[in-house]
Design a protein around this ligand. Structure first.
Ligand code: ZN
Length: 162
């Protein structure tokens, strides 16, 4: 019986709900999600909960924001002028843009409000500040290929397609 441990390829079926009961995401009717355990492919709280589990195990786990997508950071909400979005014809609430950050990485920002020339953007993850309730069933556990280990993620169905 292979158990979930560092460097194992794990396939799970899952349903994610928030505390208000709303279903945010689910693998139902699709390929299971495949990830490489111990490589931060999934949020820390879920990875911790899955450690040591085996194929066929099912679990329900409630993950606080600090082990999920973090607390909301009010400083990531900013108002910018609409001319900062040159080349975009129709700005709409819900649009997502990639913005470069000072450290050279890329941040996803969402438009959350439009008021005249003022555009309110939010760089928080949509699920920041939320408790995440996962209903998980472990579908498969296997050893990674050397290539998967080098890349730090899973290839094939449910993983990276490249
Ligand atoms: Zn790869």
């Amino acid at each position: 019986m292979s158990q979930i441990a560092r460097d194992k390829v794990v396939q799970i079926h899952y349903t994610l709900t928030l505390n208000d009961g709303g279903v945010i995401d689910s693998s139902e009717g699709q390929d299971p999600l495949a990830y490489l355990h111990g490589h931060q492919n999934i949020i820390p709280g879920l990875e911790e909960a899955l450690e040591g589990k085996a194929v066929g195990d099912a679990l329900k786990v409630s993950i606080p924001p600090e082990k999920g997508y973090g607390e909301r950071n009010p400083q990531l909400v900013q108002i910018v002028p609409s001319n900062a979005f040159q080349g975009v014809d129709n700005l709409e609430v819900g649009m997502i843009f990639q913005a470069p950050t000072e450290d050279g990485s890329v941040q996803m920002i969402r438009i959350v409000k439009l008021e005249g020339e003022n555009v309110t953007i939010d760089g928080n993850h949509e699920l920041a500040g939320q408790t995440l309730n996962f209903d998980v069933k472990i579908d498969a556990v296997r050893d990674p290929s050397p290539e998967e280990l080098t890349h730090g993620h899973v290839h094939g169905p449910g993983g990276h397609q490249h």
